[in-house]
Design a protein around this ligand. Structure first.
Ligand SMILES: Nc1nc2c(ncn2[C@@H]2O[C@H](COP(=O)(O)OP(=O)(O)OP(=O)(O)O)[C@@H](O)[C@H]2O)c(=O)[nH]1
Ligand SMILES: [Mg+2]
Length: 313
């Protein structure tokens, strides 16, 4: 199967194969994957959304309803569910898919669970490659679901345009998020399971979070973080969240900050990959000799692939 041709035809099976190639740790696969990705022009009309929160907070259930809103608006939605816990991966992958049952069946949606073993938080430059591949296959909205462990939130925030932190009622979760600096990374904080007996608690948590946020500096200068609540079970509050996410993207684009943030992220990931490949000492030498920028530029403009560059260092 020619993956380039098939991805252009928006073939989901080709997309699955291409992501498997990108996730492979074999050098020959990495070279192929690198080449494939560099053939596609960068798409700046997609929306990349990071969704994080502790296990069981309701991320997958939320994405099932939230993703549908974009599909209703005529968009194609890809979900990358990153599960860093290698042992239980099979089980929770099934769990994720069954929580997103309708989305999984929709022809305008693509769900890809990945169990990235060994990498802190499971999120890596391979996730970035997967995002680019989804965009190449015609997906407009890319949602990255990740469990809040280790460094995963910080890493995800460097892959996406907007970060949503899902939280449940009860002080423990919020305090943890504040302690680990996650609230500062989030554009939207969403109190989940706002239904049944939990409604009053959800309201209380919302007020507490608003108070906390009123004294925190915003993550992006053009955006004051918002707190909202929703119930995926009852499908309430999801519309409002969809509207606010769209507003955020509009605003970022209007102020030309959307593209500049993506560019910064691209530089970050390219430099990180080079550093991992050649080691810190060589990397620092390149930086000192002012060669790094030129090398990164040649990759970003698709003049050269990463492997071509690495072979010449
Ligand atoms: N009452 C109520 N329960 C919910 C809601 N959303 C999710 N749940 C329940 O919460 C549990 C966890 O939901 P998931 O959507 O799998 O949560 P998750 O954050 O994706 O979990 P992991 O992927 O394991 O980290 C399930 O038992 C859901 O049925 C909601 O809106 N209301
Ligand atoms: Mg999940």
């Amino acid at each position: 199967m020619d993956l380039f041709i098939e991805l252009n035809k928006r073939n989901n099976r080709a997309l699955s194969k291409a992501i498997t190639l990108a996730e492979s740790s074999l050098e020959k696969d990495q070279i192929l994957s690198d080449k494939l990705i560099s053939k596609f022009p960068k798409k700046n009309d997609s929306i990349r959304i990071g969704i994080t929160g502790i296990p069981g907070v309701g991320k997958s259930s939320f994405i099932e309803k939230f993703g549908q809103k974009f599909i209703d608006q005529g968009k194609k939605v890809a979900v990358l569910a990153i599960d860093p816990s290698s042992e239980k991966s099979q089980g929770s992958i099934l769990g994720d898919k069954s929580r997103m049952e309708n989305l999984a069946k929709n022809k305008n949606a693509f769900i890809r669970p990945s169990a990235n073993k060994g990498i802190l938080g499971g999120v890596s430059n391979k996730t970035r490659d997967s995002i680019l591949l989804c965009e190449a296959a015609g997906y407009d909205v890319i949602i990255v679901e990740t469990v809040g462990v280790g460094q995963s939130e910080t890493t995800v925030s460097k892959l996406v345009d907007i970060m949503l932190l899902l939280t449940i009622t009860g002080a423990g979760d919020q305090l943890q998020a504040i302690k680990r600096g996650i609230i500062e990374l989030s554009h939207l904080i969403i109190v989940t399971k706002d239904d049944g007996e939990n409604k009053n608690n959800a309201k209380q948590t919302l007020i507490e979070l608003k108070n906390i946020l009123s004294i925190k500096p915003p993550i992006d200068e053009y955006w004051v973080p918002k707190v909202l609540k929703c119930s995926s079970e009852q499908n309430t509050g999801i519309d409002e969240i969809n509207i606010i996410v769209n507003q955020f993207i509009q605003k970022a684009k209007h102020e030309s900050l959307f593209n500049s943030k993506r560019k910064k992220q691209e530089i970050f990931w390219t430099e990180k990959t080079i550093k991992e490949e050649i080691g810190n000492i060589k990397f620092q030498k390149l930086k000192k000799r002012k060669q790094l920028k030129q090398i990164v530029d040649s990759i970003l403009t698709s003049e050269k692939t990463l492997n071509e560059v690495l072979n010449n260092i």
